[in-house]
Unconditional design. Structure first.
Length: 244
């Protein structure tokens, strides 16, 4: 049993989009044991991307990728429901394809940061779980304010796109405000860990600016903490002059 020529033509037409064409897919049909017909559409360059439906009063569809999950099941009615579901499936394929390099970069960065966090945890385990004193809190907030002011000044010199500049300054401002709040709640060990992880991310986003803020970045490490952290770890966020 095969689908009608007319419906096959409609399916083939539905497989054409801005980035994809019907030639990118294989359409196969199968007669089910309990009657009815199933159709499988496979993306030739990634067979995991598949669209399956089975005929009946209610048409059960499985599509990979889905909008939010790798596999997505739904029920539609009629030919129009199938064609609409195919259209959405093509959008999902396009979105997955565009997201792949970005996701890979994110995951590689996460692996890198996780390794650095593990090294940080080993380095700062001797700092202890004491809370900051009022004097230490006041000193750190002052240093964070000074760092933020200088950081924003450097970014204004380097980032020409005004919207990008506003977004980055807003992000850094929020992150620094959160660090200030954490001083009141976290132990010295955990706060230093939070500071270093944020600094690693700042350096990834704005390496040139962070290179000019070496001394200020190092100063944000609380007194009595710097000697516990190896130079190799500190250099991840504030490289020595020999490294840049």
């Amino acid at each position: 049993m095969v689908i009608s020529r007319a419906f096959n033509k409609e399916i083939q037409s539905s497989l054409n989009s801005k980035y994809l064409s019907s030639e990118d897919f294989e359409v196969s049909t199968k007669k089910e044991q309990k009657g009815g017909l199933s159709v499988t559409i496979t993306y030739l360059y990634n067979p995991q991307y598949e669209f399956y439906f089975k005929s009946g009063d209610q048409i059960n569809i499985i599509r990979r990728p889905g909008e939010m999950a790798e596999n997505e099941s739904l029920v539609v009615t009629g030919k129009d429901g199938i064609l609409s579901a195919i259209y959405k499936w093509l959008l999902n394929i396009e979105a997955e394809t565009k997201a792949a390099p970005i996701l890979r970069e994110i995951m590689e960065h996460k692996v890198e940061v996780d390794l650095q966090i593990s090294e940080l945890e080993n380095s700062i385990k001797d700092i202890g779980q004491d809370d900051f004193t009022r004097e230490e809190i006041s000193s750190l907030i002052e240093k964070l304010n000074k760092f933020q002011e200088e950081f924003e000044s450097r970014l204004e010199e380097e980032i020409q796109d005004k919207q990008k500049l506003r977004n980055e300054i807003n992000n850094i401002g929020n992150e620094i405000e959160f660090l200030k709040s954490q001083i009141q709640l976290l132990t010295k060990q955990n706060w230093v860990k939070s500071l270093l992880v944020k600094s690693i991310n700042w350096r990834k986003r704005n390496p040139q600016a962070m290179n000019t803020l070496v001394n200020l970045t190092r100063e944000m490490l609380p007194e009595g903490v710097r000697e516990h952290i190896p130079d190799a770890v500190v250099d991840l966020i504030a490289p020595t002059s020999e490294n840049h």
